[in-house]
Design a protein. Structure first.
Length: 362
């Protein structure tokens, strides 16, 4: 089951756009009055990140199967993630310092250099490194997941099955950081375990399962980052119930999309959404810079006072086109050409395997 899925690819774009819409909603700009339920819906869009994690879990099973060596696997993942991150950070760090970021306050030269290097390697927050560029926290989770896959592949080279040990280590971390749990959802789908379970019945309606996931996970959340309490604190407010149900709903949704079920799967294979899926990673990484720049200009021009409650709709209309344009350029140049060049130079042994799926799609 760990093959390429066009509905999953289109879903990437929708989930990235969901995060963009959340950041527009959470911009602090005046907005049109909407019912509380709609407010909660916009707030839940930040959990598009968890759905990204689930897709990563789905994709990585296939990537591990194609990799000719553990080193080639981790190199494949590094060349997928780092080119865009390394292009963003030299722009983002000075911009954030000019905007008054306090990450380096009280830090000596060596400590500051360590923070910068740690961010270029996406070490935090899995390791105790302050995250300078907010959305990059997810890449730390991604690399931790990749390292577990690397360990499993390394064990196989030595006739050791480390799958259960890797699962135990991953789940132990998820007790403290439950948002990372959704990598497992994708793995369950890719290995066919979700389809072999009663979840296959729920998978007939992946759209409804996505809505259920957002509602249940929002009910498990709080207003303070990282928004989800550690699992050992789920005893209050029925989080012990809503949390696991949210995981099951997300797993059923991803399984339904991977199987091509439901009207949503057909919609996600439309040309616009497939294009959005292709640029999804770049859109996710670049959009905070665009939003921050536009918001700063709006404040300097006092547009919020002029536009009033229409400030947020204007903000969306003003930022979405440049976000999409920059993401498209980044996907073509960085995810396509740079990643392809790096893989040809560094992963020559896996060149044939990589031909099956373009760099920007995996």
């Amino acid at each position: 089951m760990a093959g390429f899925s066009w509905p999953i690819h289109g879903a990437r774009g929708v989930f990235a756009l969901a995060v963009v819409l959340f950041h527009v909603h959470n911009s602090g700009l005046p907005a049109l009055p909407v019912p509380s339920l709609v407010q909660q819906g916009f707030g839940a869009l930040k959990f598009g990140v968890e759905l990204f994690f689930a897709i990563s879990g789905f994709v990585i099973v296939g990537t591990m199967a194609r990799a000719r060596s553990p080193l080639a696997f981790i190199g494949d993942r590094a060349t997928r993630i780092y080119p865009v991150l390394w292009a963003v950070l030299p722009v983002a760090i000075p911009a954030m310092l000019l905007a008054g970021d306090t990450t380096f306050d009280g830090q000596g030269p060596l400590a500051s250099l360590g923070i910068v290097i740690g961010n270029f390697l996406a070490l935090g927050p899995v390791l105790p490194v302050p995250v300078i560029y907010g959305v990059a926290w997810t890449l730390s989770y991604e690399f931790a997941f990749y390292l577990l896959g690397f360990a499993v592949l390394l064990g196989r080279r030595r006739a050791l099955d480390l799958t259960w040990l890797a699962l135990l280590v991953g789940l132990s971390y998820c007790v403290f950081a439950p948002r990372a749990l959704f990598f497992l959802a994708g793995v369950l789908v890719a290995t066919g375990l979700a389809e072999q379970s009663p979840l296959r019945h729920l998978s007939r309606a992946p759209g409804l399962c996505l809505i259920a996931f957002l509602g249940l996970w929002q009910a498990t959340s709080n207003d303070t980052s990282p928004h989800i309490d550690p699992v050992y604190q789920w005893g209050r407010a029925f989080h012990w119930l809503t949390g696991p149900l949210a995981f099951l709903a997300a797993t059923a949704a991803i399984n339904g999309l991977a199987q091509g079920r439901g009207m949503l799967s057909q919609l996600l294979q439309s040309r616009p959404l497939l294009w959005l899926g292709t640029i999804s990673y770049s859109l996710y990484i670049w959009h905070p810079l665009v939003l921050g720049t536009c918001k700063s200009v709006m404040h300097k021009l006092h547009l919020s006072a002029t536009l009033g409650n229409w400030s947020q709709p204007f903000f969306l209309l003003a930022t979405l086109p440049p976000c999409l344009l920059i993401a498209w350029i980044s996907a073509r140049l960085l995810e396509g050409r740079v990643t392809g060049w790096l893989r040809r130079r560094l992963l020559a042994g896996d060149r044939d395997a990589d031909k099956a799926v373009p760099a920007a799609l995996v």
